[in-house]
Write a protein that binds this ligand. Structure first.
Ligand SMILES: Cc1cc2nc3c(=O)[nH]c(=O)nc-3n(C[C@H](O)[C@H](O)[C@H](O)COP(=O)(O)OP(=O)(O)OC[C@H]3O[C@@H](n4cnc5c(N)ncnc54)[C@H](O)[C@@H]3O)c2cc1C
Length: 413
């Protein structure tokens, strides 16, 4: 396709919004128009609701839609993890079945990867599925599953062949969550939020054609989801126009429901924006040690922003995603850790208080209790370092004793 220009994209989408946006219709009707107009994700292929535009066009179109006071695609794992994974690995049947409801918000997704005995070593998972006629029957336990309590479908990786080596006996499924064999138990975190769950599957049923990729190919599909996850770390609640209209009210209600789960995510990132104000509020802005820590924090944060801009610029030039995903993820952990240290120094003993009487209505305490999650979610810091070492720097792989054994014979706890 000939190189499309940014100004042309803006012009076309503005014109389309002018002709199509109607605040009086429902959210579903509006998103259906967005999908049929091929403006939901313009970088997707033209035979799958897109326009074959470069990836950078998505952000431009999104910003035009939002600044016109309209609404874009749903927030969360459906569009950030499920849809791109299905688009890459799904067959015609799965794309037809799952993509449109993910775009319109009619179906939402969660990620069912981690298990009590398989987090970093994800390929060691033991949730298993056997084919029984036209259905797969799945049993096992998953854990740390964000949003599982309100998802319609789960991105499930399960073992389907115990005689194959551990990475080769896995299959990637779309699990219907609302069924008898699936029990979801919310977990309470130390910051008093409850974003994730344990999910128990006891002979849960999955239609035979709900495989993403092919049987035994689940590891490659899971790697795709994980690569998208590294870019999905900074989730922000969209700011919709404060106008009375059916579609905007429904979109606001959807975002509010969704962000009940994610309201602590800005605190998890460290709230760099509060550091200077917090120091002034506590009369610590002349303390040289604290000033040093604030400068370190702002510097790290700025370097992280530049890395993100570099990644964005590379994508704009049509280059494939590079090392910036893992480096950016690692950097965001370092920023969160430094933010935790800085806010702790400023707060002193008050940092131990929670609730309304603590700093910034309890936000400081929430930062201190939430930042540890940053270096765990989506793959720990150590795992990001392994990825950078092996795949980016080409260093020798970590020694492995179980890679080629049939999984049945691999010692496990
Ligand atoms: C906020 C949050 C949201 C999450 N959401 C989801 C979700 O929606 N779905 C889902 O499936 N999971 C989710 N997770 C789980 C997350 O992916 C796992 O917690 C993570 O992969 C680590 O696995 P683990 O907890 O089993 O720790 P382990 O793998 O047991 O790791 C323990 C420690 O050992 C280190 N370690 C392990 N292996 C190595 C190695 N090879 N080299 C060096 N060090 C190593 C780790 O870095 C870590 O410090 C979420 C986690 C968090 C914190």
């Amino acid at each position: 396709m000939a190189q499309i220009q940014e100004h042309k994209i803006r012009e076309d989408v503005r014109q389309w919004i002018k002709e199509t946006w109607d605040p009086a219709i429902s959210l579903l009707e509006w998103r259906t128009r967005l999908v049929e107009g091929k403006w939901a994700v313009p970088s997707w292929p033209s035979n799958w609701f897109g326009r074959d535009y470069p990836v950078w066009a998505d952000e431009i179109v999104r910003s035009e839609i939002l600044s016109a006071g309209a609404v874009t695609t749903p927030i969360g794992a459906s569009m950030n993890l499920a849809a791109p994974t299905i688009l890459k690995h799904g067959g015609e049947e799965q794309k037809t079945r799952f993509l449109r409801p993910a775009l319109t918000g009619e179906e939402t997704w969660c990620q069912l990867f981690s298990e009590p005995g398989a987090g970093s070593d994800l390929a060691g998972l033991t949730t298993h599925a056997e084919l029984d006629g036209d259905e797969w029957v799945v049993s096992g336990q998953k854990v740390w599953n964000t949003s599982a309590h309100h998802a319609d479908l789960g991105l499930l990786v399960a073992r389907t062949d115990w005689d194959a080596p551990k990475h080769r006996g896995l299959t990637y499924f779309a699990l219907p969550m609302n069924q008898e064999g699936v029990e979801i138990r919310p977990l309470m975190q130390m910051n008093k939020h409850s974003s994730f769950n344990e999910v128990f599957m006891t002979e849960a049923r999955i239609p035979k054609n709900h495989i993403i990729g092919s049987a035994g190919d689940g590891w490659a599909v899971a790697l795709t989801t994980l690569a998208f996850e590294r870019g999905f770390a900074s989730l922000k609640k969209p700011k919709y126009a404060k106008q009375k209209s059916k579609v905007l009210e429904e979109a606001e209600a959807e975002a509010t429901e969704h962000f009940k789960v994610y309201s602590w995510y800005p605190q998890r990132a460290g709230r760099v924006d509060l550091a200077e104000g917090h120091a002034k509020q506590q009369n610590k802005n002349n303390d040289p040690n604290i000033r040093q820590e604030i400068v370190k924090l702002l510097t790290l944060h700025q370097i992280g922003e530049w890395t993100a801009s570099r990644a964005k610029a590379a994508r704009k030039l049509g280059r494939p995603p590079g090392a910036e995903g893992s480096i950016g993820k690692l950097m965001s952990s370092n920023v969160a850790r430094q933010a935790n240290k800085t806010h702790t120094l400023i707060a002193g003993a008050k940092g131990m208080l929670a609730g309304r009487e603590a700093g910034y209505d309890g936000v400081i305490a929430e930062i201190l209790l939430s930042t540890p999650a940053k270096s765990i979610a989506g793959g720990t810091d150590e795992i990001q370092r392994n990825i950078i070492g092996e795949r980016v720097l080409g260093l020798p792989r970590e020694p492995s004793v179980d890679k080629d054994l049939p999984f049945r014979d691999v010692p496990r706890n």
